[in-house]
Design a protein around this ligand. Structure first.
Ligand code: 3H9
Length: 694
């Protein structure tokens, strides 16, 4: 777990706990022992701390959180390093994050190679740096940059770290050897320990920095407790001694680690990684190289997908019917990148290199040698089949043919080719260059190699993926339908759009179903419903309100009116008496007495049917596991991270509670709200969705 080796007067202490040298109790004990030995060995004059394998250290072992803490504690080990009378140098390659960054901060000097990255991602787990990061980082690099690192959870690279004073040197070549040389240089120059805790904290401008951080956190991290705790503990570094600051940090960390919000975010950390594991597609399944890609269709989705690929370093050709359409699409892509540059979130150089990876063609012959094609044409089966038949003719053998359909049958699309094994769904979410999720859809004949390649590609381009099976709407949209349907019925029964939206917003989603409909455009759903009513007529309860709104020419924000009205150039949804009258009229026509509906009832009536649909999806094997559904809802639909996704939320409040409410709904509203058999099983057996394996 931890090795000690002497290089002359320098002791090299190496963390060796694959895959990321997480600081489990055994590693902490190993570190304490090795450092103790090096400190008491008179022949040792300096110590170098390194990580074996792919990185320096990925931080505390997250799997230990929530279990009883075991000594030695990380903060004590780090305090011992800092107090060591011999200079200690951290030699960093790859990531030094979380507790790994704090370990480096406890050392007296830090050198990195060009791959070195550091950061404090604890906030993404609903936590704060719990082993000194909140006190040492601001002392070392200043309050502003430290706060930014701690609040964003993002990592900085070697050069940025050097500029901020985190790294003393960036080296080429083997970091251990370079660190030994660096330590020998310190000894030769008579330089000793240099504890971060003794550095003076710069207080100038602090008030403004904290006010700005609070304003940003209130906007970006609505409802989450960790950001305010992070700010407060860094602020304490201005007034408290280091030891008092460390004690406060510990107190807050202990509170956060047992909070539901942190449990939810830790669940998501593992869920995102678990989602990459596909039964029947072992980790060693060969993958196909994706060196070149093509996107069919230069509409909003096609453009976003092309940017996602280019952002991930993959050259991409966009194909559309004529030069004019292509030019308009490519210019929209340029505008999107230029917007990011002007907001400061992308450098001009990065914009140029990304744009250089995107070109356009109107000729299928030009994409014959691409490794991957993603079709993103209009959601129409006949059109998609035609595209796939053409791709089958022009694409080289072994090319992966993917469809970005959000609802259509991937097997039927695959059947338009003579190579269904190469066909897969890659359902991106709009705006595709921003949204993280790829709901990848496995057809009946999709080859394991194709699945493995697309799941790897998902990670390589910085997205989060989950693999699902074929059904109407797949996992995300099928569950969304179960939820928006009930939201519509609630209107007939007495609620108003802004009341439903408020209940959902207050729960933590970025917006409720009606504001979302206005944003996305109501005409799209209308077309789908009309198609469904023709192709699969049903006697199920159907709310006519949404259709009537579209038939009034109100298509949402783009027409200045939908469920709400919008003033010129504004996106602010204003409740509209005309719509309220329309809704009340429909209740009257249907003979439904209107009543006051509480926000709690709205929430349960919307969310529980969504969870209930998730239960059916699990039983049908459309999703592999409950946590995959959570990944889909958090990254594709803005389900609040602090609640861990709908299935985790159900586990937290108890499947029995959801079941009981569903039974009541079923009794009041009939078959459409019948509890799923899996929900009933879990409720009666006291088990959770997390325990369910199909
Ligand atoms: C912390 O440090 C708190 C302290 O302030 C104070 C404490 C008192 N623990 O992501 P990958 C597993 S909080 C346990 O695919 P990559 C991961 O589950 C911690 N396990 O690799 C996966 O397992 P499996 C702050 C961990 O190369 C495997 O390693 N640190 C941990 O793409 C490979 O992971 C973080 O939040 C861990 N800390 O990326 C860092 N880290 O193979 C979280 C990873 O069974 N980690 N695993 O599915 C990361 O961001 C990435 O893993 C990293 C490597 C960038 C390190």
């Amino acid at each position: 777990m931890v090795e000690l080796e002497l290089h002359g007067a320098v002791a090299v202490v190496a963390l060796d706990n694959p895959p990321v040298n997480a600081l489990s109790v055994a590693v902490r004990q190993g570190l304490a022992d090795a450092l103790g030995k090096a400190a008491s060995d008179d022949t040792v004059k300096a110590i170098v701390l390194v990580g074996q394998g792919r990185c320096f250290c990925g931080g505390a072992d997250i799997r230990e959180f929530g279990k009883p803490r075991k000594a030695p504690f990380l903060s004590d080990v780090i305090n011992t390093i800092e107090a060591c009378e011999k200079p200690v140098v951290a030699a960093i390659h790859g990531t030094a994050i979380g507790g790994g960054c704090e370990l480096a901060l406890g050392c007296h000097y830090r050198i990195g190679d060009t791959s070195a990255r550091f950061g404090q991602p604890e906030i993404k787990l609903g936590l704060l740096p719990g082993a000194g990061g909140s006190q040492r980082l601001p002392r070392l690099i200043g309050i502003g940059p430290a706060l930014e690192i701690i609040l964003s959870g993002d990592y900085l690279g070697a050069q940025e770290g050097k500029a901020l004073g985190f790294f003393d040197a960036i080296v080429e070549g083997d970091p251990t050897q370079e660190a030994v040389r660096f330590a020998e240089g310190l000894l030769a120059a008579g330089k000793g320990p240099r504890p971060s805790r003794h550095m003076k904290i710069e207080k100038a401008g602090a008030e403004k920095i904290f006010a700005a951080a609070r304003a940003k956190a209130a906007k970006r991290a609505r409802g989450l407790i960790a950001p305010e705790r992070c700010i407060a503990v860094v602020e304490s570094a201005l007034t408290l001694s280091v030891d008092e600051g460390l004690a406060l940090e510990r107190k807050y960390f202990d509170e956060l680690v047992v909070s539901d919000q942190s449990k939810a975010q830790r669940h998501l950390f593992f869920a995102e990684r678990q989602a990459r594991k596909i039964p029947g597609v072992p980790a060693d399944t060969p993958t196909r190289p994706v060196r070149k890609a093509a996107v069919i269709g230069c509409g909003t989705m096609g453009r976003g997908i092309a940017m996602s690929l280019a952002n991930g370093g993959i050259p991409v050709t966009v194909l559309d019917r004529d030069r004019e359409t292509l030019d308009a699409g490519l210019s929209a892509i340029r505008d999107t990148y230029a917007g990011s540059v002007s907001r400061g979130s992308l450098s001009q150089a990065d914009m140029n290199s990304r744009l250089a990876r995107i070109d356009g063609t109107a000729d299928y012959a030009d994409i014959g040698d691409t490794d991957l094609v993603i079709e993103a044409v209009f959601e129409d089966m006949a059109l998609k089949k035609q595209v796939f038949a053409t791709l089958d003719e022009v694409c080289k053998p072994g090319a992966i043919l993917a469809t970005n359909t959000s609802t259509l049958d991937v097997d039927e699309i695959a059947a338009a080719t003579a190579r269904p094994g190469d066909v897969i769904g890659t359902h991106f979410f709009s705006p595709a260059n921003v949204m993280k999720l790829m709901e990848n859809v496995r057809g009946k004949k999709t080859a394991p190699e194709v699945i493995a390649t697309v799941m790897k590609l998902t990670k390589d381009i910085g997205k989060v993926g989950a693999l699902v099976g074929v059904c109407d709407g797949f996992v995300g949209n099928r569950m969304l339908y179960a939820y928006t349907r009930q939201a519509n019925f609630l209107l007939e029964e007495g609620a108003l759009p802004h009341e439903v939206d408020k209940a959902i917003y207050d729960f933590g989603l970025p917006m409720g179903p009606f504001a979302m409909g206005d944003l996305a455009g109501l005409d799209v759903g209308y077309a789908v419903r009309q198609h469904r009513r023709k192709t699969s007529p049903s006697n199920e309860r159907y709310s006519p309100i949404a259709d009537r709104i579209v038939e009034m020419g109100r298509h949402g924000q783009k027409t200045g009116a939908g469920w709400y009205r919008y003033e010129d150039g504004s996106r602010k949804a204003i409740p509209d008496p005309a719509i309220e009258k329309l809704i009340a009229g429909v209740s009257g026509e249907l003979g439904i007495p209107r009543r006051k509906i509480s926000s709690q009832e709205i929430l349960e009536r919307c969310l529980y049917p969504l969870i209930n649909e998730g239960a059916k999806i699990l039983t049908e094997g459309i999703a592999i596991r409950a946590s995959d559904i959570d990944v889909i809802w958090v990254h594709g639909y803005g389900f609040p991270r602090g609640r861990g996704g709908p299935m985790f939320h159900a586990d937290l409040i108890g499947p029995d509670r959801v079941y009981k409410a569903m039974c009541e709904f079923h009794e009041q509203h009939g078959d459409m709200l019948r509890p799923a058999p899996l929900l009933e099983d879990l409720a009666k057996s006291g088990k959770k969705f997390a325990d369910y394996a199909s």
